[in-house]
Design a binder for this molecule. Structure first.
Ligand SMILES: [Zn+2]
Ligand SMILES: [Zn+2]
Length: 182
């Protein structure tokens, strides 16, 4: 599969043609330094179709691959499947003098210089938007004990953290208040 990292789509040509299909792989290295919540070791399979939608260009398709994450609760590494559906609209700028060169994505002020859309950065942007901001190894991850740092997913810890601690914690507060009142 070809690397689509450097592929550029001339958006004005899409308006004149039946459509353009981009099929290939984006190397995980394209995401390094851009995507902080995860990493892609192999590559992402990318399939995008650019079609004309009146005077706009619609991009639809999918991005998929395996990504590595670090659980934000227990700090354990885990891998997860990325399945991202892409559906974006590009439209030309309102200024007729710039219309041939300036395109915007959706309602964002994302300019596409000289009408050439770079596929690599678009894919990176889609991954950043779709992937979890707070990755969790599992839905009910118990995280680390705030007192001793033990992984609560692997069983209890010796410092009686969690719910069992509540009565003692209240007692601690009462004892602490005592001397202040005197
Ligand atoms: Zn976890
Ligand atoms: Zn503990």
């Amino acid at each position: 599969m070809r690397d689509i990292g450097a592929v550029k789509i001339p958006l004005d040509l899409v308006l004149a043609e039946p459509g353009t299909r981009v099929l290939g792989v984006l190397s995980g290295s394209a995401l390094v330094d851009r995507w902080e919540e995860g990493r892609v070791e192999g590559g992402l399979a990318v399939e995008l179709t650019f079609t004309r939608d009146k005077n706009k260009v619609r991009v639809r398709g999918s991005i998929s691959g395996v990504a590595g994450f670090t659980c934000s609760r227990c700090l354990e590494p885990f891998s997860g499947q990325l399945e991202i559906a892409v559906d974006r609209i590009f439209s030309q700028g309102a200024d007729p003098a710039l219309a041939a060169r300036e395109w915007r994505m959706d309602d964002d002020v994302v300019h596409v210089e000289a009408g050439l859309l770079e596929v690599g950065p678009l894919v990176v942007e889609e991954v950043i938007l779709a992937a979890p901001m707070v990755p969790l190894c599992r839905e009910g991850c118990l995280g680390l004990c705030p007192a001793c740092g033990a992984d609560r997913n692997r069983g209890g810890c010796d410092c009686s953290g969690g719910e069992k601690e509540t009565p003692f914690a209240s007692l601690g507060v009462l004892l602490g208040r005592g001397p202040e009142g005197r």
